[in-house]
Design a protein around this ligand. Structure first.
Ligand code: SF4
Ligand code: SF4
Length: 390
């Protein structure tokens, strides 16, 4: 995977200009992984239904330019995203329409993914999570091209290429994951887990920073289109342009896992980085150690509505201590009841929902409780999975 990051200066969302700059970028970084007839999934940033004018989503002109460049080379191209909220084709169609992706499909030779089937994959090298639930569409693709949006999120911090893969998590499961990780450091590790899992297919990263979004949600003309093979390096370059310390972001976790060395480890091609220096960009708070959830009440409400969790019936527990010994976070404590009998008790603030205690209990005393909203979400996902299997 090359260290090159190509930067192009682009003043407006004009498809032909972006197309030419994108092709020049591919040639400047010596990119040669596209072969005719390959199936490519374009992972755009369209997590919510809103107009491209708000700069919260990848601009359709960028998606159209990339799709046109790839179809010209004889590849088959499909745009994919899984927005937050209700997991249904109706919602997905609404997002495609309002974010301009439908228009992209109508004006180019690419198609829109409408396969809502999901897959659960083992990720043994994951740090935050050993399994991942993902859109099944990734399995049909030969390659993934990631087209992120340059923006700052008040909760999650910098969002460029690396974090854009979070959209492969189906629908509202994304919110569940955000609620599962209390600290940003844990969520950042989850993002790195995703990138590492997908790295064999993820061959190219493009970030739309022509108009970027600041922490206060104001827009900023950054005029920048970044292209590179290594998502961490593309992001590192963009962070330097915006004046963000790498070590305050998910790149710190990538470094801890020896996937990247912090500092200027990328090589810029095309326009010089200084051309894009933006001195008055509103950055907001950056600190990988901060808690994602400032609103504890909201978090608790979400937890009660959605989080499937383990529960131990104190009266049936035999006090064998197996669950307590197997729990990776020490979330299960052994207590004595009034009759001096030992029983297991869960501290949910330490639980990471790995369900190891559920599997380990020899007396089937550990149960999995599914709140009503989780059941609805699960039903929606299962409906699409079963439909595809028929
Ligand atoms: S689900 Fe995992 S972390 Fe939670 S109590 Fe059980 S073993 Fe511990
Ligand atoms: S493994 Fe089951 S029976 Fe043993 S302490 Fe845990 S919950 Fe109780």
């Amino acid at each position: 995977m090359s260290d090159f990051v190509s930067l192009s200066y682009i003043e407006e969302y004009d498809v032909n200009t972006i197309l030419e700059k994108f092709k020049a970028a591919l040639s400047s970084i010596n990119f040669n992984k596209f072969k005719p007839k390959m199936k490519v999934l374009l992972k755009v940033c369209a997590p919510i239904s809103c107009s491209p004018d708000l700069a919260k989503t990848t601009h359709p002109a960028v998606v159209c330019a990339v799709a046109n460049a790839l179809t010209e080379m004889g590849l088959s191209v499909m745009v994919a995203e899984s927005p937050y909220g209700n997991y249904s084709l109706e919602e997905l169609d609404k997002v495609y329409l309002n974010t301009g992706m439908l228009e992209v499909a109508n004006s180019s030779k690419c198609t829109l993914n409408n396969n809502l089937k999901t897959c659960v994959v083992e990720n043994p090298n994951g740090v935050a999570s050993k399994t991942l639930t993902l859109l099944d569409a990734i399995n049909d693709a030969d390659l993934i091209v990631n087209i992120g949006k340059l923006k700052i999120d008040g909760n999650l911090g910098f969002l460029g290429a690396t974090a854009n893969l979070f959209g492969f998590i189906p629908g509202e499961l994304k919110s569940l994951i955000l609620n599962r990780f209390v600290r940003l450091k844990e969520f950042n590790n989850y993002i790195i887990d995703l990138n590492e899992y997908l790295k064999n297919k993820l061959v190219l990263n493009v970030v739309d920073g022509i108009v970027s979004l600041e922490a206060n949600e104001n827009q900023h003309m950054t005029y920048c289109l970044a292209v590179g093979e290594n998502a961490y390096k593309v992001d590192a370059c963009l962070m330097d342009i915006l004046g963000i310390k790498h070590s305050d972001t998910y790149l710190k976790e990538a470094e801890n896992r020896k996937l990247i060395q912090l500092g200027h480890t990328y090589k810029v091609i095309g326009e010089i980085k200084e051309k894009f220096q933006v001195l008055d960009f509103e950055l907001g708070e950056f600190n990988g150690e901060k808690e994602i959830h400032k609103n504890k009440l909201k978090q608790k409400r979400y937890f009660n509505l959605y989080q499937q969790r383990v529960a131990i019936n104190k009266n049936h527990c035999k006090g064998c201590t197996i669950c307590s010994k197997i729990c990776p976070t020490g979330a299960i404590m052994m207590r004595y009841d009034k009759e001096n009998e030992l029983y297991a008790q869960i501290d949910y603030s330490k639980c990471i929902y790995c369900f190891k205690c559920f599997t380990a209990c020899p007396y089937r005393v550990v149960e999995i409780k599914k709140p009503i909203n989780y059941k609805i979400l699960e039903k929606q996902i299962n409906k699409y999975n079963e439909k595809e299997e028929k």
